[in-house]
Ligand binder design. Structure first.
Ligand code: C5P
Length: 400
């Protein structure tokens, strides 16, 4: 039986945590609840005690509680720690390692996977310091679930609503089984080729055209594929990231160089994931710096080669081919069109141009389509999303 340690901090969404306990229990988990002092202002510990069937932990220095199950044994007991809701204050405390109450101390003592589901007013969520705290937690290996966009208890609308308990429960159950399967190298024997990041198309000796891709999704996929036992080659455009250990890294700059690097290796691989934001058009390069003359300047752009479509069209030794689609509208229509037009095995689509997720963000949500089906992965950090997508790829390869 899985041991789930649920931390509840003090926000209005605390009442939804009661539903989470019920859902976890329904999945057959053993649940223990830790509440912060401000959570006690929102919901009675009796509610959590009745639903979990266990006493609720609230104090760091309580002799009786420490005798029964102290903070270190509680941290050891947990297979997973989930903090829902996680307030801005709790995120700030965890991100810098404060340990001035039971929940923050448990976070430091825990060696199990940690998930947090933030919930707060949209302006608080968007504050740079909160985003920095979230990024620090992601870098510490914490998985962030949500928050979602919508109406808030304070009357405002935006990102900050806690992800619904049903969705948190589904993600946690999937993650618990993923963590189990991660110990089995489910991509053992596979060779995975991943393209990542933007390309840079020179205009003249000092200027170029590019895009806001950070490469984070492609790099997260490379790390997850290594963990899953695959041999990984990463063809990367210019990014500010360090490649995961044991990855065969090939640095490129332009779309043409990325094309050459991918096509040269594609048929040696069993899986190709095109996660790069390849320039669709490339300028005709001027060998001299373009001078500032006149009010307007006209650039002539030439269509680049579609790497993904060419890999998918390979007649021999064609890898299982997965593309990405970043869309601002009609996501499913455009994604399905790319799936059929480029003859892909799978396409992972995400919204861009929104407040959260997509390019240059730590988090993302994906809607994945294949010939006979689809699956939605809700907003989470890119490391977890990468594991979920690779798990699905492995499942589809097995089924085909
Ligand atoms: O057609 P669109 O550019 O929107 O398709 C996106 C997908 O195609 C991504 O997987 C991207 O890596 C790939 N692509 C490519 N070569 C291009 C343009 C896009 O491989 N020249």
């Amino acid at each position: 039986m899985k041991h789930i340690l649920l931390g509840v901090s003090g926000g209005i969404a605390a009442y939804k945590a009661a539903e989470l306990v019920r859902l976890f229990k329904k999945q057959g988990a053993e649940v223990r609840v830790v509440m912060t002092q401000s959570a006690l202002e929102f919901v009675s510990p009796l509610t959590f005690q009745a639903l979990s069937g266990n006493p609720v932990h609230t104090e760091l220095l309580d002799t009786d509680a420490e005798n029964a199950m102290g903070h270190i044994s509680l941290a050891r007991w947990a297979d997973v720690l989930i903090i829902a809701p996680a307030t801005a204050n709790t995120l700030a405390k965890l991100s810098c390692g404060l340990a001035d109450d039971l929940l923050s101390t448990l976070y430091l003592a825990a060696t199990c996977p940690v998930y947090v589901a933030p919930a707060m007013n949209q302006a608080m969520w968007n504050k740079i310091v909160t985003q920095e705290n979230v990024n620090r937690l992601v870098n510490q290996g914490v998985h962030i679930i949500g928050p979602e966009q919508g109406d808030q208890a304070c009357g405002e609308t935006g990102f900050g609503r806690m992800t619904e308990p049903v969705s948190i429960c589904t993600q946690l159950v999937a993650a618990l089984s993923d963590h189990a399967s991660l110990s089995e190298p489910y991509l053992h024997g596979h060779k995975v080729l991943i393209s990542a990041g933007p390309t840079r198309e020179p205009l003249d000796p000092v200027r170029y055209l590019s895009n806001r891709s950070s490469g984070k999704m492609g790099y997260a996929l490379a790390a997850a594929a290594i963990k899953a036992g695959a041999e990984v080659t990463l063809v990367s455009g210019p990014v500010a990231l360090t490649a995961p250990a044991n990855v065969n890294l090939i640095n490129v700059t332009t779309a043409e160089q990325m094309y050459q690097a991918v096509m040269f290796r594609a048929s040696e691989n069993t899986i190709y994931i095109g996660a790069a934001a390849v320039a669709d058009y490339s300028p005709v390069v001027s060998d001299k710096k373009i001078k500032k003359e006149g009010d307007q300047v006209t650039l002539i752009l030439q269509k680049t080669k579609d790497i993904l479509a060419e890999v998918a069209a390979l007649e021999q030794h064609r890898p299982f081919t997965v593309g990405f689609a970043a869309e601002t509208h009609d996501l499913e229509v455009y994604a399905r069109d790319k799936l059929t037009r480029k003859k892909l095995d799978m396409i992972a689509a995400n919204w861009v141009g929104q407040e959260q997720g997509g390019f240059d963000s730590e988090q993302n949500a994906l809607q994945v389509f294949w010939d006979q089906g689809e699956k939605t992965f809700s907003m989470t950090d890119k490391a977890q999303l990468a594991e979920q997508l690779l798990g699905l790829i492995a499942e589809r390869i097995k089924a085909s």
